[in-house]
Design a protein around this ligand. Structure first.
Ligand code: BGC
Length: 979
């Protein structure tokens, strides 16, 4: 074994190549699929026994049985009677719920969590109960914020506390989410606004390049600066909480509708991009939201009823895959101190993500040590009491099971639940403390930066999500006719000034770096502004150069750049996908406009910005044809044509392939060149035309948003040397991605089941394992210069040689609160108060609403659980973050153009009969600018987590291999990509 001394060694491993000749993939694993019958699903949930009892078809999925509101719905008398059959008396005596209930009761063995026995062999169909919720305030970085929160929360009445946890209802105030305020104590209503790309529904704000584009930059600095600039805009608009970044869906299915909101299907790239975005956002005092936790990988069936099924889809994921793939970026987000996490619509292992105690109490709050608050996705909360006990802290937008109905599962129902003991008061205190602490943690109590809303100050949102008029309804979701000034049209785009911090320039730089050039035959690129290259001019070729620009995707939607709400149509150039993750374009520079400007006046330009096939005579007259095509998708509440959120395939849309082939067949007389430019929400298959000899250039420009044309021109003409690299694999067909990567388009039951059978093997890991040659591999992209790598050095920094993380640091004691239940009288609505219709309030109309009785806590609530061995700090056990290796490599730019190389570090494992490992996994990357002729050294620190895997028996992350073997097996640096 190595001791703590550092030592060096050259890596001389003989490594297996990831791509070899293609062999047919093995057929889907039929035995494991068979285990997931509908029947099993119905009887599967161990989250609550009640849930199982209640699964009859008249009732299924309508409500969770632990929902406090259930008596208003179709329920059997038996259920109602049982719900009030409670154990609340001990609470009234002022003892903690744990003290009273945790009588070291051990459940019978058969009721325990059924363990997974391996990633590829079986699945955790059932979600483990994980109670009670670990309290916030355990880690030193948050001690101060929780202490301040304690002082405030202790002064709050019960309805005031409830108000902080509950949204006031859809479109009741100006933002997409608004919490209730506590004006008496100066705690404002919090404004929550999408999102991952820009400030949704806001005017005069930047529409940033989408997450996928940011992923394609592989530029950590730009990732952070985009977050920061977005947060500056948010603060000036009065937004407290940005609903982004998105790191779920991760991108298990390349056709998934919302993948583009996130960064990459690779957890490490997604984790870096997310955590850098979070650092940028929160550095400006705005709370970031890591969303959507977790495994919300497709739009079809994501929500109950949205797709006709009474229940949302269940993503069935084994524990190892959860930790090493889907939860990984969230772990990074917690490590980056994220203030909020949004739980998703879907179920995970047959328990809704927003009431899944294993996910929220277990993975997020215990293992990862998450100190902020969990908010629900909009209407993703499916139960009242169960979700509170499982670790949900805030419900959004406040309405209950149906959109904009004003019948919250919390609000007054939470007030009742606390008074009758079904939600322990210490859980409510923790919920509120987490929200208030996050507010303090970001410095939002500083009224200089965050003035209070009127009448105390002039803060709060100064824009309306619901109208562009200056004056509008103050509570548009209700029938209240009160109007006021709702839009102040504050221009927040230029706060960065004109330097490199200017938001416009920053957006342009990101969009340009997010462009990936995948073909550049005969160095057709970069183009010359006069059309002819210098050599051709010398040769005296042609006087006038003819360029044709073709395709609808080259121009702005003729009805206007924002004509389709939430960008919910594919007309004109594609700069964003569709859904809540979009922003209004303040302006949109289309490709055709930018190219018109960019070419010299001597160049003759022909434009045909529809997908109609241009005539052969027009085409034959061109020296260069630039063809644009696209592929769009988005969030499931919008369908455009026959695309219902998720894409139906990976093909170009609106006849793009046909157009490209036609132009390639007819462009120019003899030797004209065709360059294809694609805007898309994810990978597209290029097989129909990629081998066409006329096609010399292929550019994947992703989703550039407002600076579309300018960023494209920057790269096309070589003002910016392309440095984007693919954040996903481009396969030759959708089938190449494997059976697990296919969207479930048809419900396979009332609670659709989707089994993540391939476990760790998504995207390039699947291609590697099955030896499928992709068209373009993950991490690929061309530059206008050439890089060379040399001098690879690997250094062990072995500070801790134990296989498993040692012990678990205790952390600090969370602040305490009195356990007495409040006087019920304080929950009554003030006598002179007039309610607004459908607005969600915390008060009771009468004390008779509080029913006394016995309440059954969820299955597993009384089990004594030691703290999770994988926890111990924010972001998991601190040992996981110990530096384990240092790697260095030299990158030389041997071309004649300055450029940026992206050095990617992958780890590989030798065959291990006990644990299955992907052929390689990305573990680090750095983008480095290297002037022509120069050499730079790139350094990586690899931490223990990078060399670990999730051990399903021990529930923690041991090192993947004994220390002494590590050096000789693992590291391979993919060449810095260049042409
Ligand atoms: C989306 C979230 C979004 C929320 C608020 C939901 O439909 O899934 O991502 O933040 O709406 O707009």
């Amino acid at each position: 074994m190595l001791n703590s001394a550092t030592h060096r060694r050259q890596n001389s491993c003989n490594l297996r190549q990831p791509y070899q000749q293609r062999t047919p993939p093995s057929p889907p694993h039929s035995t494991s699929l068979a285990r997931f019958s509908l029947d099993a699903a119905y009887h599967g949930s161990s989250e609550s026994e009640d849930e199982r009892e209640n699964e009859d078809l008249s009732d299924v999925g309508e409500l969770d049985p632990l929902n406090y509101e259930t008596r208003h719905t179709r329920r059997s008398g038996r259920r109602i009677a049982k719900r009030f059959d409670s154990e609340t008396a001990p609470l009234r005596e002022g003892n903690s719920i744990q003290e009273k209930l945790l009588r070291s009761y051990r459940p019978p063995r058969w009721r325990l969590w059924r363990r997974c026995s391996g990633t590829s062999r079986s699945f955790c169909l059932l979600s483990e109960p994980y109670y009670p919720t670990p309290k916030g305030g355990r880690y030193a970085g948050w001690t101060d914020s929780f202490r301040k929160a304690q002082i405030l929360v202790k002064q709050m009445t019960l309805p005031e506390k409830v108000n902080v946890t509950t949204g006031v209802g859809w479109s009741m105030e100006m933002c997409v989410g608004n919490t209730g305020a506590v004006p008496r104590l100066g705690f404002p209503s919090l404004c929550l606004q999408d999102g991952p790309l820009g400030l949704r529904f806001a005017d005069h704000a930047t529409a940033w390049p989408a997450g996928l584009t940011v992923g394609a930059t592989w530029n950590k600095d730009l990732m952070r600066r985009r977050g920061q600039a977005q947060a500056i805009e948010a603060r000036l608009k009065g937004i407290n909480i940005i609903l982004g970044p998105s790191m779920g869906p991760l991108g298990r299915m390349p056709a998934g509708g919302r993948n583009w909101e996130g960064f990459s299907p690779d957890p490490v790239l997604a984790g870096w991009a997310s955590s850098q975005t979070i650092r940028g956002i929160q550095g400006e005092g705005v709370i970031a939201t890591a969303k959507h936790f977790v495994a919300n990988e497709q739009e079809h069936f994501r929500q109950a009823w949205e797709w006709g099924t009474p229940n949302a889809i269940s993503s069935n994921v084994d524990d190892r895959t959860m930790h090493e793939v889907y939860a990984w970026p969230f772990m990074d987000a917690v490590g980056a101190d994220v203030g909020s996490i949004m739980c998703s619509y879907n179920q995970v292992n047959n328990s809704y993500a927003c009431q899944n105690s294993k996910l929220l109490n277990g993975i997020l709050k215990d293992e990862f040590g998450f100190q902020g608050f969990v908010q629900s996705d909009w209407l993703a909360q499916r139960s009242g009491v169960a979700s509170a006990l499982a670790g949900l802290d805030m419900t959004m937008p406040g309405d209950g099971l149906r959109w904009a109905d004003g019948r919250s599962l919390w609000g007054k129902e939470l007030t009742k639940a606390v008074l009758n003991g079904s939600v322990p008061i210490d859980r409510l205190n923790d919920m509120v403390a987490r929200v208030v602490a996050a507010w303090y943690h970001m410095g939002q109590d500083n009224t200089l930066n965050w003035p209070l809303p009127p009448p105390e100050g002039d803060g709060g949102p100064n824009f309306s999500s619901w109208t562009l008029n200056e004056t509008g309804l103050l509570h548009p979701g209700s029938d209240d006719p009160t109007t006021g000034i709702v839009n102040k049209y504050m221009d927040v785009q230029n706060v960065g000034g004109n330097g490199s911090d200017s938001h416009q320039l920053l957006a342009r730089a990101i969009a340009a770096e997010g462009i990936v050039i995948v073909e550049n035959v005969d160095n057709i690129l970069p183009l010359s502004r006069i059309g002819w290259s210098a050599k051709e001019v010398l040769n005296g070729e042609g006087k006038e150069f003819h360029v044709g620009i073709f395709g609808e995707d080259a121009a702005t939607n003729p009805r206007g750049r924002n004509a389709c709400e939430d960008r919910g149509c594919n007309v004109g150039t594609l700069g964003q996908g569709w859904g809540s993750g979009t922003a209004e374009y303040p302006y949109l520079i289309s490709p055709v406009e930018a190219l018109r400007q960019a070419f010299n006046d001597s160049v003759s330009i022909t434009e045909s910005t529809t997908n109609n096939l241009p005539s052969a005579s027009v085409l034959s007259n061109q020296d260069l044809c630039l063809v644009f095509a696209n592929s769009d998708g988005g969030e499931g509440y919008i369908a455009s044509g026959n695309i219902k959120g998720d894409r139906n395939d990976l093909g170009l849309q609106k006849g793009g392939d046909r157009l490209i082939k036609h132009i390639a067949d007819h462009c120019g007389r003899d030797e004209a060149a065709v360059v294809v430019i694609i805007h898309a929400v994810g990978p597209v298959t290029v097989e129909p035309w990629i081998e066409h000899p006329a096609i010399k250039g292929v550019i994947l420009a992703h989703l550039p948003s407002q600076e579309s044309g300018s960023s494209l021109a920057d790269v096309l003409f070589g003002d910016v040397n392309p440095s984007g690299r693919l954040p996903y694999t481009v396969g030759k067909s959708l089938q190449d991605y494997g059976p697990d990567a296919q969207i479930l388009f048809n419900a396979n039951g009332l609670r659709p089941q989707q089994n993540f059978t391939k476990g760790l093997y998504i995207d390039y890991r699947y291609f590697d394992k099955n030896e499928i040659t992709p068209r373009y591999e993950f991490g690929y992209g061309l530059s206008y210069t050439t890089f060379e790598l040399s001098g690879f050095k690997l250094e062990h920094v072995a500070q801790n040689n134990e296989s498993f993380p040692i012990g678990r640091p205790g952390g600090v004691t969370p602040p305490g609160y009195p356990m007495q239940l409040p006087n019920p009288q304080e929950a009554l609505i003030p006598s002179n108060f007039t309610k607004i219709k459908k607005y969600v309030y915390p008060w009771l109309d009468s004390l008779s609403e509080v029913k006394k009785g016995r309440y059954h806590y969820p299955h597993g609530y009384t089990w004594v659980k030691p703290p999770h061995p994988a926890g111990g700090s924010q972001g998991g056990h601190p040992d996981l973050w110990i530096r384990a290796m240092h790697v260095e490599v030299h990158v030389a730019n041997i071309g004649d153009t300055d450029g940026a190389a992206v050095v990617q570090l992958y780890t590989m494992e030798e065959y291990n009969p006990r644990v299955d490992f992907p052929v390689r996994v990305l573990r680090g990357f750095e983008k480095v600018q290297v002037p022509a002729g120069a050499k730079r050294t790139v350094a990586f620190d690899i931490n223990r987590r990078d060399l670990s895997y999730w051990d399903i028996e021990r529930n923690t992350m041991p090192r993947s291999t004994p220390e002494r073997k590590v050096g000789c097996r693992l590291l391979r640096i993919l060449q810095a990509r260049s042409n």
